[in-house]
Design a protein around this ligand. Sequence first.
Ligand code: NAP
Ligand code: ZN
Length: 349
Amino acid sequence: MLVNAYGAHAGDQPLQPLQITRRAPGAHDVQIDIAFCGICHSDLHQVRAEWQGTQFPCVPGHEIVGRVAAVGAHVHGFRPGDLVGIGCIVDSCKHCADCEDGLENYCDGMIGTYNFPTPDAPGWTLGGYSQQIVVHERYVLRIRHPEEQLAAVAPLLCAGITTYSPLRHWNVGPGKKVGVVGIGGLGHMGIKLAHALGAHVVAFTTSDSKREAALQLGADEVVVSRNAEEMAAHAKSFDLILNTVAAPHDLDAFLVLLKRDGTMTLVGAPATAHDSPNVFNLIMKRRTLAGSMIGGIAQTQEMLDFCAEHGIVADIERVRADQINESYERMLKGDVKYRFVIDNATLAG
Ligand code: NAP
Ligand code: ZN
């Protein structure tokens, strides 16, 4: 089946309209009419070949929401018309220890929603900047938010789970002091979720202009990280720092803010490496520098249900498909509050 999409033919070319094929749904497949797709900074890293191994044409997009159009004969959990989401994972080996633990995100055979090998044409997965997608039912999420919020639910499928998963893994809750570094797509969700989990939340930003907005998102305090005095006031005080920054920067400036046994987990994935941290900043207080990648399917459903229950969605700006290139430039300038979401109806005709 041919569907309209938006993608790039090379890393140095803008995204443009193109047509792609989707497989006919197999027995366990769910065919989805995509209503909205968020624009993640990872989409930009991949489609511009900042990360290695991009296959072209590349159709990004892994913050997908829409309605079920059709289901295969053996699908029992979903029916046509259901509101559903697809995040960053469309397949995995299904039998390794990671898959059995519901941590498909760490399966060596994980198939990402775009740029991963697949038997489907053209040989690698094509993402959500498209009218439809066909996915095995195991990787389809149920959306329980009201339909009016659907566009603002889309970013939960990556930005939401990528921040929720480490917050849960490091037991964030009442009595914990949590820092969120970078108030972009991921960071703004990190602030909302850490606040909803009951933690004391400190937002770190390079942008003085985001100070007020960060408080409205749920931060208890805001620190402009370029200001050494403001930084020093928080020395040795954090249980967890969630670092979402998409560029190499000084990790030591944040490590010294962790208390004994505190952890900084990196979720930002810049194309070039950070300078190594000063090991003394780790060993002196038994601190941990960690990383975390998205989250498993069960936890993604848990996060969506948590957000529906607490009325949490992303703060978004809706864009047409022909505004994707401009949206990338604005994202690089930090000129978005806080996630662009494509209205996939604008891919028609
Ligand atoms: P984003 O919307 O562009 O936000 C990144 C934020 O980082 C910016 O808003 C800015 O916040 C801060 N920042 C950017 N450049 C900076 C610099 N040079 N120095 C200091 N701060 C800077 O991006 P995103 O969609 O949230 O994604 C963030 C990163 O996470 C990307 O690298 C993405 O690929 C990665 N990611 C990882 C996972 C995972 O599973 N680990 C999942 C999704 C995305 P302020 O203006 O507040 O300083
Ligand atoms: Zn993403």
